[in-house]
Design a binder for this molecule. Structure first.
Ligand code: BDR
Ligand code: CA
Length: 315
């Protein structure tokens, strides 16, 4: 592996995707962000691609390539989450029309082209959204699979239960057919589900510590997390909202913050009651082959230390 890990960040910003983007762009020594691909999810595609560009400009990195991908899930109508993230997806941040261009190429074509041009086992995919773009790339060009080093994704739920239905987490619920393709792709997968992200809470002191950095980036992150927190604090009765998506980037930067177990995970795509559930064989009660490193534990203080330190180096 090269010293800098080449990644494609596939996202639907979303305040927590926004923080994931900032954390990735704050780590130029370790991560080579080949491109950011936007997909419909928390808000429609028009807004997720715009938001990704807002974040790049905020990070002072307008040279990063941002691509727009799929506007709808593979088979189901789009289900969005303005009720969590606000009408713009990154409410709480400064919203503006970015100057940096959106790339002309479709995100799925960018993913396929980049992987096909790469060496085997070389590129890490980091999806923090419904898996429509990534699954579409596999469906379009199955030969991309060996090029992937690892997929480090945010999605799914097991012990914690779901956040959209009693059993389904948002990213998987929105496009279960896509998730089935990705979980079945045969490449190493690290999954950050709600079991772990619900341990990484943006409590008021943690959010304040970021705000106290005093930079424009810090002010925007504080604004976004304060907005984002209102929903989950009320829903779960906890002290702060779970910062789901940045767990993926934190894992790439400091894997020792997380503990997981190699298990089999399958995605329910049929049942009306449990569609989008990740069926995690945590105790190995089936003969199904492990396909996922299911992350179940995080060092939350360590995570926020890492995040705060890296954000202090941006802007
Ligand atoms: C996931 O869904 C979205 O609302 C968040 O951005 C995160 O990716 C959490 O369920
Ligand atoms: Ca997301």
């Amino acid at each position: 592996m090269p010293k800098k890990r080449p990644i494609i960040l596939d996202c639907d910003p979303g305040q927590d995707d926004a923080v994931a983007i900032l954390l990735a762009l704050a780590a130029p020594e370790e991560l080579d962000v080949l491109g950011i691909t936007a997909v419909a999810g928390n808000v429609p595609l028009e807004k997720t691609q715009r938001n990704a560009r807002i974040l790049c400009e905020l990070a002072g990195k307008p040279e990063v390539k941002v691509f727009a991908g799929c506007a709808e899930p593979l088979e189901r109508p789009l289900f969005t989450a303005e009720y969590v993230h606000g009408q713009e997806g990154i409410d709480g941040a400064d919203i503006f029309e970015p100057v940096m261009p959106l790339q002309g190429q479709h995100a799925v074509d960018f993913i396929v082209e980049t992987l096909m041009a790469a060496k085997d086992d070389s590129i890490t995919l980091v999806p923090t959204a419904p898996l429509t773009n990534i699954a579409s790339a596999f469906l379009k060009e199955p030969r991309i699979a060996p090029k992937i080093h690892e997929i480090v994704l945010m999605g799914g739920a097991f012990r914690e239960g779901g956040n959209v239905t009693p059993s389904a987490e948002f990213n998987i619920y929105v496009d279960p057919q896509a998730a089935k393709v990705v979980f079945g792709c045969g490449r190493p997968i690290v999954a950050m589900g709600l079991d772990v992200t619900h341990q990484v809470l943006g409590t008021p002191p943690r959010v304040k510590a970021i705000g106290d950095l005093g930079t424009k980036v810090a002010r925007n992150v504080q604004g976004m997390l304060e907005f984002f927190n209102r929903h989950d604090v009320e829903k779960y009765g906890v002290e702060g909202g779970p910062l789901h998506d940045p767990c993926t980037i934190a894992y790439l930067l400091q894997p020792s913050l997380f503990q997981g177990k190699r298990v089999n995970v399958e995605v329910e795509t049929e049942s009306e009651l449990t569609i989008g559930e990740t069926v995690v064989d945590f105790w190995g009660v089936t003969e199904r082959e492990p396909n996922v490193n299911w992350i179940h534990t995080a060092d939350a203080d360590g995570f926020y230390d890492l995040l705060t330190k890296r954000l202090s180096e941006l802007g």
